[in-house]
Design a binder for this molecule. Structure first.
Ligand code: TPP
Ligand code: MG
Length: 314
């Protein structure tokens, strides 16, 4: 496939911006989702529960992969860190996938309000991916199985390509690291292709990851030792992503390097879960939250989005 064009880069960036905004809106807001007026304490959910830190990286991977594989109906995406559910749900909502199984999740203002209000909410969406999420058959809280699932899905299906996003903390689990050996079982023409993507954001909950602390050379050698070719992708860059996906290497292993919580408010942005604890009672935090939400310029893309109604926004 060719290099990524300027228009496509703009589309990818816009999609990431929409989804990042939707993540923050789901985590914090119970009203005023489109910021049509100034935020007030009443707009904030009473109990803040969900995961911020991993979400931007998921949105980057989702947008770039979706753009690249848009004409391949045999492509699928497996998401390891199920705690990144607000990002997954944002993408599924945007594409109208959620509306197929949940008629209230329409791709319009009402549907947006619905997914935001009901995230991590009694009788609403849980904080992690779960069987009510399209394409999810397990509870998404346990790390380690993504890669093995993808290899299993490819077994006997040469037409399939499956990209798997694996957290760098997740790769510390015995299940995940040992699953790299499955590559040796799936060689040949009878099986599909798995594209592992390590989400190297350097942290797992509040601690550093082992892979984040290894030198680039050490990590490359580890990956080569499993028989893969390491290919690095700078998180924010669509050209790098496209170049990486265009590789002619037969066994690529992608390393998507992002800053945990990229785009979040200063000082708090690396938070694994909620970066601002008290926007419901603290004026300063409420102000930071409002600036953060407005930094995605929701009024620009939402006008375009709802102008298009149900159309698939690439
Ligand atoms: C098997 C297992 N062990 C521990 C946990 C607890 N846990 C939840 S999230 C998390 C950190 C995940 O870090 P990483 O895979 O790097 O994801 P990200 O940084 O993208 O959030 C851990 C250890 C878990 N969910 N599953
Ligand atoms: Mg991590």
């Amino acid at each position: 496939m060719s290099a990524v064009g300027i228009a496509e880069i703009e589309e990818i960036k816009r999609r990431i911006r929409i989804c990042d905004f939707l993540v923050v809106a789901q985590l914090f807001l119970q009203d005023n989702f489109l910021l049509k007026r100034e935020l007030t304490y009443d707009d904030i959910k009473p109990r803040l529960l969900g995961h911020w830190g991993t979400c931007h990286g998921i949105n980057v991977a989702y947008a770039n992969l979706k753009n690249y594989f848009k004409n391949d109906t045999d492509f699928s995406f497996v998401l390891g860190p199920g705690h990144g559910f607000p990002a997954l749900n944002a993408n599924l909502w945007l594409d109208g996938e959620l509306a197929k199984i949940d008629p209230k999740a329409t791709v319009d203002e009402e549907g947006l309000n619905y997914i935001c209000r009901n995230f991590s909410w009694p009788d609403g969406f849980p904080s992690h991916a779960s069987p009510i999420t399209p394409g999810v058959i397990t509870e998404g809280g346990e790390l380690g199985y993504a890669l093995a699932n993808a290899y299993g899905k490819c077994l006997g299906h040469p037409e399939k390509t499956i990209a798997v996003l694996i957290g760098d903390g997740e790769l510390e689990t015995a299940t995940a690291i040992d699953s790299l050996n499955l590559k040796n079982l799936l060689n040949g023409n009878n099986n599909g292709k798995v594209l592992p993507i390590l989400h190297l954001n350097g942290y797992k909950i509040s601690g550093p990851t082992i892979y984040g602390r290894k030198s680039e050379r050490e990590l490359n050698e580890l990956i080569r030792g499993f028989g893969f070719t390491p290919i690095w992708i700078n998180g924010g860059n669509a050209e790098d992503f496209r170049k990486a996906l265009n590789t002619e290497e037969i066994t690529p292993f992608y390393i998507l390097k992002t800053e945990k919580g990229y785009g979040g408010p200063n000082r708090y942005h690396m938070a694994h879960q909620i970066p601002l604890k008290n926007p419901k009672t603290d004026t300063n935090e409420l102000k930071i939250l409002e600036e953060w939400l407005r930094s995605y310029r929701p009024e620009e893309f939402l006008a375009v989005l709802f102008g298009k109604e149900q159309e698939n926004v690439q």
